[in-house]
Design a protein around this ligand. Structure first.
Ligand SMILES: O=C(O)CCC(=O)C(=O)O
Length: 266
């Protein structure tokens, strides 16, 4: 994971490849710069059936299926606003983030403080190595385990590790990277839960980055809403870089949890 590889002034490329939003079996185009009303200008947040409870059941969830060249993501709003608000508050009260060397990354041999806070939880003995650091998993807490169990239930996938990132405001960010480390089970999806401040999330195809881009492939921009779940399915992470850029106007706290499947035996 080469976080911090933020490249300015990417060459403008003509529209050539599209990521398709297949919602309810219909195909529609995801725009590069979506209008303000929501996800990719294709109707914003998924609409829910009316139910009497305060929690979405698996059946309530409406998934947006985002497809393109080696791009396969599914997006839904998992937690309703009240539940998402409570979860965010509880996370703010309970989570203690890493400090010292565990709050740094190594770039070209130099250590830098990460522009956010982070902590990881997972099964005993697991740790995540990226950008020259190794972040060990703390034991699951009831809060984090509860979130994991809910995500496992609605997605049908198992996760043994989660990296939690806290962005105090829009200055905190994450640079372009792919989650393609050897420690991750190659074909497993990564489930990304967002709580709090809505933020832009940008995907760029590996052939279409920077000044020496080989091909013209549009980036994909999503707005990750409070309570939302983004499933990054295989092979997205092998071909597409993703980032959470600085957004000076975003004033609120955001917490993101990426649930992952780590290799347990080599
Ligand atoms: O905060 C986010 O949405 C990005 C998280 C991410 O890219 C990662 O954990 O690898």
């Amino acid at each position: 994971m080469d976080k911090f590889l933020i490249r300015k002034g990417t060459t403008r490329t003509p529209v050539s490849r599209k990521v398709i939003d297949r919602q309810n079996g219909e195909s529609s185009r995801i725009r590069n710069s979506p209008p303000k009303r929501g996800l990719s200008g294709e109707g914003g947040a998924p609409k829910f059936r009316k139910t009497s409870g305060t929690t979405n059941t698996k059946e309530d969830l409406k998934w947006r299926k985002l497809r393109g060249e080696n791009f396969n993501c599914d997006y839904t709003v998992l937690y309703r606003p009240g539940e998402a608000r409570t979860l965010l508050q509880t996370c703010e009260e309970e989570l203690v983030y890493n400090t010292g060397d565990l709050a740094k990354v190594q770039i070209f041999g130099q250590f830098h403080n990460i522009p956010r806070k982070q902590v990881a939880f997972g099964d005993p003995g697991l740790s995540y190595r990226f950008s020259g650091v190794e972040v060990p998993a703390r034991p699951w807490t009831p809060l984090i385990q509860g979130i994991r169990d809910r995500i496992q239930e609605v997605t049908g996938h198992k996760f043994n590790f989660v990296l939690v990132n806290r962005y105090k405001d829009g200055q905190d960010h994450m640079g372009e990277h792919r989650d393609d480390e050897k420690d991750l089970v190659r074909d497993a999806p990564i489930a990304s839960l967002s709580l709090g401040q809505k933020r832009d999330f940008i995907f760029k195809h590996c052939d279409a980055r920077g000044k020496n881009a080989k091909r013209a492939i549009d980036p994909v921009k999503l707005e990750l809403e409070h309570g939302s779940l983004l499933m990054m399915n295989h092979p997205t992470n092998h071909y597409w870089y993703h980032s959470l850029p600085v957004r000076k106007k975003a004033l609120g706290v955001r917490i993101n949890m990426t649930f992952r499947s780590m290799v347990t035996s080599k």
